[in-house]
Design a protein. Structure first.
Length: 320
């Protein structure tokens, strides 16, 4: 039988299972729709936990004896001592994006280039960064933090933006990969379905002060004709998008929004701990009695929980 295991590095101190370990439990929350991934470590009060301070670097691995996976790395945000326990919470490198503000005007740049530049300025390493839309002009201002600008660019392009366990920023569209197979009666402990009927059948994107109908290479005004992108037909969603300056971009933004609205089926599955399942991965659920709970889905969030009392479980939010 597999025995749950962990390795928690705080500064130069490493905590692993054993009779003398102060670790009571560890929880890791990873979520594409939340700006920063987070962790919570519950330690018994003592000399080791008393040395932990805000700003300390943390790296957490979870899994089973002989097989550990990186799940999150970051820094301590809060240390909350009590009589018998010390609660340590922290955030991953996305916290740097949340605290970084700047004013910058980008000309003839693709969304991926803008995201990579903002990440570099904020001190965050990049992983897979796709090009995305090209903008004649794109203004970043200090009223929003770097993450907010990245999230807006991701929405325009139909991309996801998130950090990997190695704290590398990813900016790309979801593509189905080799799935992690999860089977009822083996890994799956509980499952729920949330299904919403699409209410929008048509998306219309209006650009502001059009530049050209020949693409995004020019930023000066050449025509007063309206820039508009239309996808679908029926119940309409109209979007005003000041950064869109040509019809090609308007249509791409409309398509991205329509695709996002079409993915209205989501659910949650609780499984025996699997630290190898990450944000953006593909899972395949099998063996559920309700057919809608079976299928191939994108992983949108992952919550790992490991404790002496409860063992190791993973909760996955997915979207079809």
């Amino acid at each position: 039988m597999l025995k749950p295991a962990y390795r928690i590095q705080i500064r130069s101190d490493a905590y692993e299972p054993g009779p003398q370990t102060p670790v009571i439990s560890v929880k890791v929350n990873l979520d594409m729709d939340v700006p920063a991934n987070s962790f919570e470590i519950l330690l018994g009060a003592g000399s080791a936990s008393a040395q932990i301070a805000e700003g300390d670097e943390v790296a957490i691995q979870l899994g089973y004896e002989g097989s550990l996976e990186d799940v999150v790395a970051g820094t301590v945000d809060q240390v909350e001592p009590s009589l018998a326990e010390v609660r340590v919470t922290g955030l991953d490198a996305a916290a740097k994006l949340l605290s970084f503000h700047t004013d910058q005007l980008y000309e003839r740049q693709r969304a991926g280039g803008i995201v990579a530049d903002l990440a570099q300025k904020a001190g965050v390493r990049t992983g897979e960064i796709a090009d995305g839309l090209r903008f004649a002009m794109y203004a970043v201002d200090h009223r929003k933090n770097a993450y907010e600008h990245m999230a807006e660019l991701a929405e325009k392009c139909g991309f996801d933006v998130y950090l990997t366990p190695a704290s590398q920023l990813v900016f790309k569209a979801y593509t189905r990969a080799e799935p992690h197979v999860l089977e009822y009666g083996r890994e799956i402990l509980h499952a729920e379905l949330q299904a919403e009927t699409p209410r929008v059948e048509e998306v219309v994107v209006h650009g502001e002060s059009p530049a050209s109908f020949k693409g995004a290479d020019t930023s000066h005004w050449l025509t007063k004709r309206a820039v508009e992108g239309v996808v679908g037909r029926g119940a309409r969603l109209v979007i005003q998008e000041p950064t869109v300056r040509d019809t090609d971009a308007a249509e791409q933004v409309a398509r991205a929004r329509m695709d996002a609205l079409a993915r209205r089926v989501s659910g949650t599955v609780t499984i025996v701990g699997r630290a190898d399942i990450h944000l953006g991965d593909t899972i395949e659920v099998q063996g559920m009695t309700h057919s809608k709970l079976n299928g191939v889905f994108q992983v949108r969030s992952v919550e790992h929980y490991l404790s002496k009392a409860a063992g190791f479980t993973t909760v996955i939010d997915w979207r079809a």
